[in-house]
Write a protein that binds this ligand. Structure first.
Ligand SMILES: Cc1cc2nc3c(=O)[nH]c(=O)nc-3n(C[C@H](O)[C@H](O)[C@H](O)COP(=O)(O)OP(=O)(O)OC[C@H]3O[C@@H](n4cnc5c(N)ncnc54)[C@H](O)[C@@H]3O)c2cc1C
Length: 383
């Protein structure tokens, strides 16, 4: 493994962190409290080129081809600079679970139709797998896609979908051949306004409040064959393909957030005095901060390893599960340590420390819960 970054990659990471600090943090406490999504900020990110990290140049992307290592490093910088974890999460969700599957599996027509709009920030994309009765056992989905002349009739419901209420296009998974079980799962690009397709928001949630979540309903929704992504029955491999990339980059932003957290905690521990000395001189406080540093270091090594494996075309199933498990759990533990370091102030919304903890909890649930990651690791160990 060679993690010796090029000067340009490190410079871009700095630039992206600076862009986020200058443009995305202004009214974060208010937006979080009121649950406001800002399309303006979304489009600013697009203008800077964030969404373009996950598309080739032909379709508005930054580089000739997607470079996962560079993109992951850039998203680490983004998470460091952007205090809005919800925005970072939603951008990554669109980039790696909507754009990337289109890049890898789309027809030329699909790429031309969807990618430039998603990359430019004009359109927003959602990825819909979860259903009311199906979560972890996701490929056992109930939603159906019945073949008809010229397309498919979709029936069913999706829930807990990031960006669902405002999505212009949703990558939706439904079973086109229920008798074949998971081998019947097929992916479709469903566009806003297609008859029988509707979205509704979920109003209150613990964290990621700056990003709307919601449900998608399909009531005899006709989707033309040209909107099927990949072959019939290819839905599972298509979904698994994007998952490792998604884990890299979503978690990269969280790693950046943990770095920011650490700096804030060190600063506070140096300046806050109790019993006549900075609290950082008390070993119980400094030990917690040392643990925060250790989590960053171990998570970073796992993250870079997965990105390097993907970049060099290797499988990263074990490593991606280890990474997802360790980094998402670490973000929660470090968020709690950051609050403890700040004492009562850490509990106050105005200090901007408690929000990370609320945002971090989602990380052990989406893209496979921690239990599911442990199952994958155990299975790969032959258990
Ligand atoms: C912030 C956030 C964003 C999300 N965004 C999206 C999105 O954009 N699109 C989308 O489709 N979904 C999204 N989801 C949904 C998410 O993917 C599901 O919540 C997740 O897959 C778990 O499914 P579930 O909630 O139905 O829980 P369940 O599967 O019902 O699990 C409940 C509990 O049982 C445990 N469990 C289940 N099966 C096993 C097993 N085999 N072994 C051990 N333990 C098990 C789980 O770990 C969990 O503790 C999001 C969720 C969150 C919190």
């Amino acid at each position: 493994m060679d993690f010796s970054w090029q000067k340009e990659q490190l410079e871009y990471k700095k630039q992206i962190a600076h862009f986020a600090q200058q443009n995305l943090n202004g009214d974060i406490i208010e937006r979080d409290m009121k649950g406001i999504f800002s399309k303006e900020l979304w489009q600013k990110c697009a203008a800077f080129g964030i969404q373009g990290l996950a598309a080739p140049k032909t379709y508005g992307g930054q580089n000739e081809n997607i470079d996962i290592l560079s993109a992951m490093l850039a998203m680490e910088g983004f998470g460091y600079g952007c205090h809005d974890n919800g925005l970072a999460f939603a951008l990554n969700a669109q980039m790696w679970t909507v754009q990337l599957p289109i890049v890898h599996f789309g027809t030329a027509g699909q790429k031309e139709k969807f990618l430039p709009k998603l990359v430019s920030g004009e359109w927003i994309g959602a990825h819909a797998l979860t259903e009311p009765d199906i979560g972890s056992d996701v490929f056992n989905m109930k939603m159906t896609a019945e073949k008809t002349e010229g397309g498919y009739i979709l029936n069913g419901q999706k829930r807990l979908v990031t960006l669902a209420p405002i999505a212009d296009v949703a990558l939706v998974f439904a079973n086109a051949k229920p008798k074949m079980g998971k081998w019947g799962v097929t992916a479709f690009l469903v566009e806003k306004g297609m008859p029988g397709f509707s979205a509704s928001p979920v109003r209150d949630k613990m964290g990621m409040r700056t990003v709307p979540f919601g449900e998608l309903d399909f009531d005899n929704c006709f989707v033309p064959t040209e909107n099927r992504l990949g072959k019939e029955g290819a839905g599972m491999s298509l979904s698994n393909n994007s998952l490792e990339y998604e884990r890299c980059s979503i978690l990269a932003s969280q790693l950046g957030a943990m770095e920011r957290q650490l700096e804030t905690a060190v600063e506070y521990a140096k300046n806050r005095e109790q019993f006549g000395q900075p609290i950082g001189k008390f070993q119980s406080v400094s030990n917690r901060i040392a643990d925060m540093r250790l989590r960053i270091e171990t998570a970073r090594l796992l993250l870079y390893k997965v990105a390097w494996l993907k970049k060099t075309g290797q499988s990263a199933m074990m490593e991606a599960a280890l990474l997802k498990l360790h980094l998402s759990e670490s973000f929660i533990a470090s968020s709690l340590d950051a609050i403890r370091t700040h004492g009562g102030n850490g509990y106050l919304t105005g200090f901007g420390v408690e929000r990370d903890l609320r945002d971090a909890v989602g990380g052990v649930l989406y893209a496979g819960t921690s239990d599911i990651q442990r199952n994958i690791i155990a299975r790969l160990l032959g258990l």
